[in-house]
Design a protein around this ligand. Structure first.
Ligand SMILES: [Zn+2]
Length: 82
């Protein structure tokens, strides 16, 4: 199971940056966890958040792929997994 099914938005620190890349136009549109909570719901798992959001580019509305940078995984998730 991927981290996207394991973590709810509320599990991540609000200031954490999450990378969102459009699968259609490739536009990168990073958001903070706080912004994602405002757009969706704190109870959402990350895969649900990913599915709920679409590209903000007018006329694109492509699906987004969510990514966390390496240091986020090391810092934020190692403690949670042990
Ligand atoms: Zn797009």
């Amino acid at each position: 199971m991927s981290w996207k099914h394991k973590y709810q938005i509320a599990d991540l620190p609000p200031h954490q940056m999450v990378g969102l890349v459009c699968k259609t136009c490739n536009l990168s549109q990073p958001k903070t966890v706080a912004e994602l909570v405002a757009l969706t719901d704190p109870q959402y798992y990350m895969n649900e958040v990913e599915n709920a959001l679409v590209c903000r580019t007018w006329n694109c509305k492509g699906k987004l792929r969510m990514e966390l940078s390496h240091d986020i995984i090391v810092e934020g998730f190692q403690g949670g997994l042990t």
